[in-house]
Design a protein. Sequence first.
Length: 128
Amino acid sequence: MNPAALRYAESHEWVALDGDVATVGITRFAVDQLTDLVYVELPAVGRKLQAKDPFGEIESVKAVSDLYAPVAGEVIEVNGAVKADAMAIAADPYGSGWLIQLRVAPGTSLDHLLTLEQYQRQIAEEQH
């Protein structure tokens, strides 16, 4: 996926909306901060999430971090490949390294999330 076409949560998740399906992953910045990923815990299909709800954890050799839903919806798919090998996230965080897909309510907007430019400003500030 094209990072410029995505929207971003302040907690470093990205989301792409295609009709009523939102695909969620974590950003390259988050992957780089975590370094060597060893495990990811993802929710069960059917779980309902509200925006900002924790939906899982990602573990690296140096930290365990919560994952947060950028939008509300029902989990309709989890990426089994990243559950089997967390480093698959690092290999392609905006493509095959996605985490979950949510079915969202009709008319769901991503306007409350950051654009790529806004997200890049946020991470620049975090690095100072």
